[in-house]
Design a protein. Structure first.
Lengths: 242, 215
């Protein structure tokens, strides 16, 4: 049934490709600017590739958070059918974003590779695992954000801000190994960092020293997911449709 | 059978709690045609939404022992930005019906022709009602929940509904919220009067109508 909904939402997204193009453009621009500021390479890693790999998952996160605000209100007509559960909305939207972002990731990789700015991934498994952690955490945060945005106007307005706040905790533009150990320790609590580090280690191989903590990443995600599920359930009971 | 056991429903509007239903108790038998009467704001639509499972009661229980349509009304059940055909496909999928059958039935019943290629949000309320009825009739529910909506149709549509509901589907249950007393008198075998959050079931429709008129 979830797949049905995906195709359904896929239909009204005629510009589905835009999901891929937008992060690509941004990553390219930021990449160029950084290249001028800092030079092409840092420890043998292309700055463009580094920014692209950081920014594309961030776009996914930003879109997912943004789209989960008021998600129930916009889809309330579908709740008329008992088969449709509130969780479907979240899963569907996040998966669409995830598919788009991964497509962009691969596309960026291929294009940059031809320009000599992208390495051949050294460990595809690590990239996939990194993405999986990233997606899992984003999904669980969305299950928390979606009902909260419905319950309070303030949260709804805060969602875009929370995305920017999350940038330092997401490992987008830096590696944990560049940081002092104490800070690194603290960042391990963020599954986003673990996911990102894994992706990068899978991509750049021995050129980077990844730091990640799988138990913490999964633990934090699961806690968020449980809170989110409880909130969703509570909201479903109280939701009023006109 | 559908049982409603001691249903309470409150809405939270800001800091004010507005009780709508205060202990509603009744059951719908497999071939019942129940009219639902009540003044504006008495809770008719609320009750229908609760039975349809769109909203949940604050307390109490609804037990559904037969399949039950979504509330057929002016809004809800459709994705407005999608076309009539897309909505039909969606409904066919979630209710596990072959789309080709669904499509044929919808085209035949609605007579909307080319309009089915337009987004549903551009439909008039009569067109929407046609589509909603076509979709729910195609699925073959055992119980249909109807909120007002028959009244907006034209003569041709009313005749079609009458044929579908009262001739071909005599064995199904029906819960019909309506202000149209002739409709209720003509089609229903029992009636509920909703007043002040309480529901009174009358086995005699005429008695229910006279109580309703005295409110």
């Amino acid at each position: 049934m979830i797949r049905e909904l995906v195709t359904r939402f896929g239909r009204d997204n005629i510009g589905f490709l835009w999901i891929m193009v937008e992060p690509l453009l941004f990553a390219a621009l930021v990449g160029f600017v950084w290249t001028f500021i800092r030079g092409v390479d840092k420890d043998g890693i292309s700055v463009i590739a580094f920014v692209a790999t950081g920014y594309i998952p961030l776009t996914f996160l930003r879109h997912s958070f943004g789209r989960s605000a008021k998600i129930f209100q916009t889809n309330s007509a579908l709740l008329y059918h008992r088969q449709v559960k509130v969780l479907d909305f979240i899963v569907v939207r996040v998966s669409i974003e995830a598919i788009g972002a991964m497509g962009a990731y691969m596309f960026a990789g291929i294009v940059l590779y031809f320009f000599g700015h992208f390495p051949i991934p050294s460990d595809v498994g690590a990239i996939v695992l990194g993405w999986a952690i990233y997606c899992f955490f984003v999904t669980s945060i969305c299950t928390v954000l979606a009902p909260l945005s419905e319950m309070s106007e303030v949260v709804e307005k805060l969602v875009p801000i929370s995305v920017y706040l999350s940038i330092p905790f997401s490992g987008v533009f830096n590696m944990a190994s560049w940081l002092p150990p104490a800070m690194r320790e603290a960042l391990m609590w963020s599954p986003l960092v673990s996911g990102m580090e894994l992706m990068r280690s899978g991509l750049f191989g021995p050129l980077v020293t990844p730091y990640y903590d799988l138990p913490k990443a999964f633990g934090v995600s699961i806690v968020c997911l449980v809170i989110g599920l409880v909130l969703c359930r509570k909201l479903r009971r109280e939701i009023a449709l006109s | 059978m559908i049982f409603c056991k001691d249903i309470y429903k409150e809405y939270q509007i800001g800091k004010v709690t507005k009780p709508v239903l205060k202990g509603v108790d009744f059951k719908i038998n497999p071939t019942d045609r129940i009219g639902l009467l009540g003044r504006n704001g008495a809770g008719k639509s609320t009750l229908i939404r609760l039975i349809g499972g769109v909203e949940y009661p604050t307390s109490g229980k609804i037990v559904r022992k037969m399949t039950c349509s979504w509330p057929l009304g002016f809004s809800g059940g459709f994705q407005g930005s999608l076309t009539g055909y897309d909505n039909a496909r969606f409904i066919a999928r979630i209710y596990d019906k072959p789309y080709s059958e669904m499509r044929a039935f919808v085209e035949d019943f609605t007579e909307l022709g080319i309009n089915l290629h337009m987004p549903v949000k551009q439909y008039s309320s009569g067109m929407r009602a046609r589509l909603a009825f076509a979709l729910s009739l195609a699925i073959e529910f055992q119980c249909y929940l109807i909120d007002e909506v028959i009244m907006v149709g034209d003569e041709n549509f009313r005749k079609k509904c009458q044929k579908q509901f009262f001739e071909e589907r005599k064995d199904r249950a029906l819960l019909l919220a309506s202000h149209s007393l002739p409709t209720v008198r003509q089609y229903c075998n029992r009636a509920i009067v909703l007043h002040k959050g309480q529901a009174m079931m009358y086995e005699d429709v005429n008695e229910a109508i006279s109580v309703y008129q005295d409110l």
